[in-house]
Ligand binder design. Sequence first.
Ligand SMILES: Cc1cc2nc3c(=O)[nH]c(=O)nc-3n(C[C@H](O)[C@H](O)[C@H](O)COP(=O)(O)OP(=O)(O)OC[C@H]3O[C@@H](n4cnc5c(N)ncnc54)[C@H](O)[C@@H]3O)c2cc1C
Length: 380
Amino acid sequence: MNPSILADNGPDRDRFARLESRECVNHYNETTFSIPTVMHPDLPIVHDQPLAGLNTFRIPASARRYLRVTGAEQLTAVRADPALADLPRLVLGGGSNLLFTQDFDGLVLHMAGQGREILGQQGDKILVRAQAGENWHAFVGFTLDQGLGGLENLSLIPGTVGAAPIQNVGAYGVETKDVFHSLTAFDMASGELRTLDAAACRFGYRDSIFKHAIGRDLIVLDVTFALPAAWQPNLRYAELANAVQEAALAAPTPRDIGAIVEAIRRRKLPDPLEIGNAGSFFKNPVVSNEECRRLLETYPNLVHHAQPDGSEKLAAGWLIDQCGWKGKNIGPAGVYPKQALVLVNLGGAQGADVVRLAQAIQSDVAARYGVALEPEPVFI
Ligand SMILES: Cc1cc2nc3c(=O)[nH]c(=O)nc-3n(C[C@H](O)[C@H](O)[C@H](O)COP(=O)(O)OP(=O)(O)OC[C@H]3O[C@@H](n4cnc5c(N)ncnc54)[C@H](O)[C@@H]3O)c2cc1C
């Protein structure tokens, strides 16, 4: 492991680090601490910022006010400015899990803080921290370059580090919560910095405290991950296990697994740079075991995965495919031919076009299977 520190150390970093190391020793759920009131710097607020280049669906929209945020000082200044403090807020990362259905008549806070550092070993974990604006895939690559495993199954997911805890990003049998240590968030309600551990984040399937009213004022500034000092590949996901077996590697490294995940994803998913999309458009619906058995009587090929709590997760992509939607479109919004779970912008789509397609799919799946599909991206 290369222990070099690659942090972009802003003025608050030392204090964060001191606080963090104290909290690392004392097992904690959540800590609150105030930041000093600062004379707020001039905020480079942009008026009427176009957003088409800032969301992976490439839906045209604009923001009434827009600010690139690199640290807590700017958020303190936003709170102190009456012209900004009362505006509706949208925190924006890479825009890869959003669907703009209209212009945003408020203030977009675009998280741009950069920096990543290896904090050191704590028990059987290596703690690694990154600022919210870091590109997620580049951060995964950084950990792999250091010889650290744990994030490789989450390779090639678009977006930023700061957004990973928001929907507890997951892929190929690993979720953010499995490798999460803690995060620092700025509380726009109180103006304080808060440190939250996994319990405080209340992670669930594509869910966390940040998606609920109680966490809506929290803006993630940095995230610390706890990676295993003694790594074992996680091959619980059958498709990945098969691909690793086919690669016939004697002793696959985290980097090898990451490369295999990337190859699978490149085969299956559209590159947002080429075709606008937000990844999986629907969550996999979770139904009771009885409901699943009822469906299996009529549809014996139903794809389902038993959950630890006894419920069953159904494959939303399979349900959509069975309803004949794969490769179909309504106007400029379409269903990706290789993966029915992904809705795409075929060119010139507005948010309303994607919503129309999504609703048609939802009503077909509900009519045929009695199952409600819930969108994964956040509608703005
Ligand atoms: C091709 C493709 C593949 C994908 N594959 C997967 C996958 O395998 N697994 C998966 O889970 N997701 C996947 N996604 C969805 C998406 O990449 C993730 O949800 C990602 O974490 C979103 O990051 P972002 O920075 O783009 O967030 P954004 O889209 O900018 O924001 C998403 C939400 O998080 C909030 N938010 C963002 N940053 C912060 C912050 N710092 N503090 C507080 N709130 C914040 C926003 O307000 C918004 O509510 C995929 C998307 C695409 C386009």
